[in-house]
Write a protein that binds this ligand. Structure first.
Ligand code: ADP
Ligand code: MG
Length: 487
């Protein structure tokens, strides 16, 4: 929970998110036109999408399946009967003059999403509903100084509108919610979650209340924010704006606002319309949608393992810390990569190499796990050399850097650079003896209580062995020798 310190007291944020997620499907919700991103303008428009008179919508079963799959992934109630309604409004890129949506009877009811916050707390965010609706077309105002062009490729594409309860209390939670929702959708294969291409868009609803107050304040809605970072920035700005208005004796008017990316502010777009403004009524071209329980059951049986289950399995099976497990399951590609590295190996060690070294190297180079210069197999090979005590942790880091640079396997690099760790205690003992003999004064100082010199001895032996002495063995031998009476 983020508490905002105002001039007259402390304030709490209340946030609910509406996410429009484009359904992965080759065809649109009510027509057979294609949905590929980036096609030439108006290349994917059927007569139904262009709302020619007399054209009738035909429901695409694939989209229904995807909505049900998503509902099950959100642990939500699946409504066996749902209804498609017309939501009426005028817009240049909405040729029918209405959008087919679902209002009073959506296909999916209440569900939930669990958030694992970095402080170890798990937050449960309620899902109010998920309904199916058509996307609108796109008006392009930037192609000509005097004309607006309309591209109907997107018109009629299936969207899932996923509405959350007003359960979030900070921008951080809103960000975690969007990441988790996106992960679930990607695991399910129901939406690609690509916010830059607009296949996932978010409306932020935010109100403020005094700390300790139980009633909600009046909310503003910030429309169509297209990145998680912008969502968090918009929340930050809007919460301060509302507190200022409220503390100076003003009232918040329920309205729709825009996030101005360039200026970093929200501004008024229009006053909020109410549901009755849209004159919702059941679409007479479409019968109520009635699902066979066996259809739902079949989808349930074929659900993939979802992030929460995977996380639980990683914790029990590989012995990972809960937060590390959350980090690994956040993207399916990362989880799969980790499992390849961990197969038949020490899971904790594998997790550490993936989340610390590999993530670090990828971040530094701006690469995704799919573009990793080190394959899961190669990283597994490195983990093997560490487990077999051929490489110390420090040497392994050096080998890893070389793997990232050259794409070679760990074994190749070890061979070429002669990097094998010395684990022969006789050989290490010889070096230790030589160092202690050459530094009689320091040995005396150490024995008279200057403990810090221990590191000096470790350093000297490492230098003499070119860093190859097994650190654990070296520590043990040094301790033994230094505590003895003679060198
Ligand atoms: P609308 O179509 O009017 O935007 P929806 O029911 O689709 O209404 O969405 C309302 C969203 O606003 C939900 O995510 C809900 O959690 C959120 N919300 C409702 N009341 C508040 C409030 N007082 N403060 C913050 N968010 C709220
Ligand atoms: Mg809304």
């Amino acid at each position: 929970m983020t508490i905002l310190q105002g001039a007259t007291g402390e304030w709490e944020m209340v946030i609910g998110l509406e996410v429009h997620a484009q359904v992965i499907s080759n065809a649109k919700l009510f027509s057979a036109a294609a949905t590929t991103f980036g096609a030439a303008p108006n290349a994917q428009v059927s007569l139904v999408d262009a709302a020619f008179p007399g054209m009738l919508p035909v429901l695409n079963e694939k989209c229904i399946e995807q909505a049900v799959r998503t509902g099950l992934g959100l642990k939500a109630q699946i409504n066996l009967t749902s209804v498609f309604d017309r939501k009426n409004y005028f817009y240049a890129d909405l040729p029918a003059g209405y959008q087919i949506s679902q209002f009073t009877q959506p296909i999916v009811g209440k569900g939930e999403i669990l958030l694992d916050m970095p402080d170890g707390v798990t937050r449960c965010i309620g899902i109010t509903r998920l309904h199916l609706e058509q996307d609108a077309g796109k008006s392009m105002h930037d192609q000509s100084p005097s004309e607006t062009f309309v591209d109907l490729n997107r018109a009629g594409v299936a969207l899932m509108e996923i509405v959350s309860e007003p359960d979030m209390r900070s921008g951080e939670e809103a960000g975690a919610y969007l990441k988790k929702l996106r992960a679930i959708l990607r695991y399910l294969g129901t939406c690609d979650g690509n916010m830059e291409e607009g296949s996932m868009r978010c409306d932020v609803n935010l109100s403020m209340r005094r700390k300790g107050e139980t009633a909600f304040g009046t909310r503003c809605e910030i429309k169509n924010v297209n990145s998680i970072r912008f969502v968090q920035q918009a929340i930050e700005y809007e919460s301060h704006r509302q507190v200022e208005v409220l503390e100076s004796g003003g009232t918040i008017i329920q309205e729709t606002r825009l996030w101005d990316t360039a200026k970093g502010i929200t501004r008024t777009m229009r006053s909020k319309e109410d549901a009755h403004d849209y004159r919702y009524f059941p679409d007479p071209d479409l019968l109520p949608l009635v699902l066979d329980p066996a259809f739902v059951e079949n989808i349930r049986q074929h659900l993939p393992e979802l992030p929460d289950d995977k996380r639980a399995r990683f914790i029990t099976y590989y012995g990972l810390k809960p937060y590390d497990a959350s980090v690994l399951v956040a993207e399916k590609a990362t989880a799969d990569f980790f499992e390849l590295v961990a197969a038949g190996r020490d899971g904790k060690l594998a997790a550490n190499w993936v989340t610390v070294e590999l993530f670090g190297a990828l971040n530094k180079r701006g690469k995704t796990i799919e573009e990793s210069p080190v394959s899961a197999e190669a990283l597994g090979g490195l983990v093997d050399l560490i487990s077999a005590q051929i490489l110390s942790g420090r040497m392994a880091k050096e080998v890893f850097e070389a793997m990232v640079e050259t794409g070679q396997s760990a074994a190749q690099i070890v061979e070429e650079r002669g990097l094998k760790q010395v684990t022969d205690s006789g050989a290490i003992e010889k070096e230790v003896d030589a160092i202690l003999a050459a530094n009689g004064d320091k040995v005396a100082e150490y024995r008279s209580g200057k403990d810090k010199l221990f590191g000096f001895f470790v350093g000297q032996v490492m230098k003499a062995t070119e860093g190859k002495a097994n650190p654990a063995l070296l520590n043990e031998l040094l301790k033994k020798k230094l505590s003895g009476s003679a060198v």
